[in-house]
Design a protein around this ligand. Sequence first.
Ligand SMILES: C[S@@+](CC[C@H](N)C(=O)[O-])C[C@H]1O[C@@H](n2cnc3c(N)ncnc32)[C@H](O)[C@@H]1O
Length: 209
Amino acid sequence: MDLIPAPIERYAYERTRKEPEPLPALATATSQMSGAGMLTGRVEGRFLCMLVRLMGAKRILELGTFTGYSALSMAEGLPDDGQLITCELDQTHADISRSWFAKSPHGRKIELRLGPALASIATLEGSFDLAFIDADKENYPAYYQACLGKLRSGGLLVIDNTLWSGKVLSPSEPSAQAIDSLNRVIERDDRVENVLLTVRDGVHLVRKR
Ligand SMILES: C[S@@+](CC[C@H](N)C(=O)[O-])C[C@H]1O[C@@H](n2cnc3c(N)ncnc32)[C@H](O)[C@@H]1O
């Protein structure tokens, strides 16, 4: 299901200021790869960068690096002494993203942890201002609990693909079921306040009280 009519998506893309290099080159190179649709892209990337700046975030956790677009977008909003830890399972994705981090002045703020995200999270010390969840969808409920535990009070969880192309309306496969179940858990969770935005494929904003 197309959640947003293509001409409206195009208009929002064109009226959002162009992201700095190397992000456009990264997006173009990724468009030739399988799984290219996983990249967040300009509108969501600028949104993430703006959230980081508005919050004055200094420490960010990301699950699901892919080729590094969202990591670099968020790192851009961090101060010089800020830190972003990004977790990625796939060695090829890790190698590609590291090569892009090296081309950006913000790449030195990023540390990549290779391996299953849940195992990486368990090794992390200290708290985070913001966590962006964008790895495998079946683990979303577990990622939510693990990331919420690492977030400071007043911190923000940003969870991507929470409308899953509309499949949450009648979830019949495991990813849709996991996302729908998590959206329902969040709505009832007294530890947080939330809003599920219809940005791109659904962006769930969850603030820890
Ligand atoms: C949707 S993509 C991330 C897109 C990225 N945030 C961006 O904006 O370009 C999901 C990524 O999660 C990775 N992934 C899948 N399962 C994972 C796991 N268990 N732990 C960590 N990363 C995982 C995939 O290899 C893939 O690179």
